[in-house]
Design a protein around this ligand. Structure first.
Ligand code: 0GY
Length: 297
């Protein structure tokens, strides 16, 4: 299933799981995997010269197979830093998806209105701003504010990848953005601190106050201390889902860039859903109603 590429992967890069287990949990009809990526294939869509890592190829065909295998109906494909602002692989996946995928792009200020319209026509619904230090995005905040003002006119939102430990410093900037904000990966909780830790509690309070902030309850595999089935991350995700049932979405993060030790088995990730969203009503909001409102309405 794993494609090979003309350029070598970064040293130590771990490719996605070759054959995940079939989940026991069956998602509701129309379920959306609202955070995943396509990488290349490099031979057709080369990685960006300024990338911070070279992944394995992770083409759209494999994404569609995995979507079907896991019991999902649709995908939201998020542009990853290895393609920088070259959104061609993303657009290609969207326009050939049979209306089953929407996208989040990376754009620079140089993009023209025609360029934004092209992305919009393909099914892009947002831009991503990245504040994760190891992925190094040096775009100044005033540039991000100008991009946000332009994409707000298209009805798009901003996806923010940051660590909520930086909330005090980042808060004024985040509040200055004129769109709905969607936060990647629960804004990176520190599991060691526990749900009653200061940063996580501050994050919940910020979500209380900012009613247009949406959280992706994704990537337990990035935060776990105990490993699969990631039970130590359940209390964090469940606290967010139960307190903000109309402002949460879920995704696999396939093909899981930059995992330090092992690629997760997506069957295990899907089987976590009933632990973080314990009722059928919460599951439908998380997997169908909320992502459909954000990406297909
Ligand atoms: C993710 C996580 C990562 C990378 C990227 O854009 C990216 O390169 O998204 C990461 O390394 O944490 O969102 O899947």
């Amino acid at each position: 299933m794993r494609e090979t590429s003309n350029v070598p992967m970064s040293a130590g890069y771990i490719p996605f799981h070759p054959n995940p287990s079939k989940p026991k949990y069956q998602p509701p009809a129309g379920a959306v995997d609202a955070h995943c990526h396509v990488f290349g294939p490099e031979a057709k869509f080369p990685f960006a010269p300024k990338r911070k890592y070279t992944p394995c190829d992770a083409p759209k065909e494999t994404l569609w197979q995995r979507r079907d295998f896991l019991g999902f109906d649709k995908n939201v494909i998020v542009q990853a830093t290895c393609h920088d602002t070259d959104n061609r692989a993303l657009v290609d996946a969207l326009v050939t998806s049979n209306n089953k995928a929407r996208g989040v792009a990376f754009v620079g200020e140089e993009i023209t209105d025609a360029g934004l319209k092209e992305l919009d026509d393909a099914g892009v619904k947002g831009v991503r701003f990245n504040f994760i230090k190891r992925l190094v995005d040096s775009t100044p905040k005033d540039v991000m504010q100008r991009i946000a003002a332009r994409i707000a006119k298209l009805g798009w939102h901003v996806v923010v990848y940051f660590e909520h430990a930086d909330l005090d410093e980042m808060g004024p900037f985040l509040k200055s953005l004129p769109t709905t904000l969607v936060f990647d990966h629960m804004a990176c909780p520190d599991v060691k601190e526990g749900v009653n830790g200061k940063y996580f509690q501050n994050w919940l309070k910020a979500l209380d106050t900012n009613k247009s902030w949406i959280t992706k309850v994704t990537c337990p595999e990035r935060f776990t201390l105990t490993g699969p089935p990631y039970d130590d991350v359940v209390p964090f995700a469940r606290a967010i889902v139960e307190r903000f049932p109309d402002r949460v979405i879920w995704g696999t993060d396939w093909p899981h860039p930059n995992m330090p030790k092992e690629a997760p088995d997506e069957g295990v990730l899907v089987d976590m859903i009933p632990k973080i969203a314990p009722t059928a009503e919460l599951q439908k909001k998380l997997l169908v109603d909320n992502p459909m409102k954000l990406y297909w309405s």
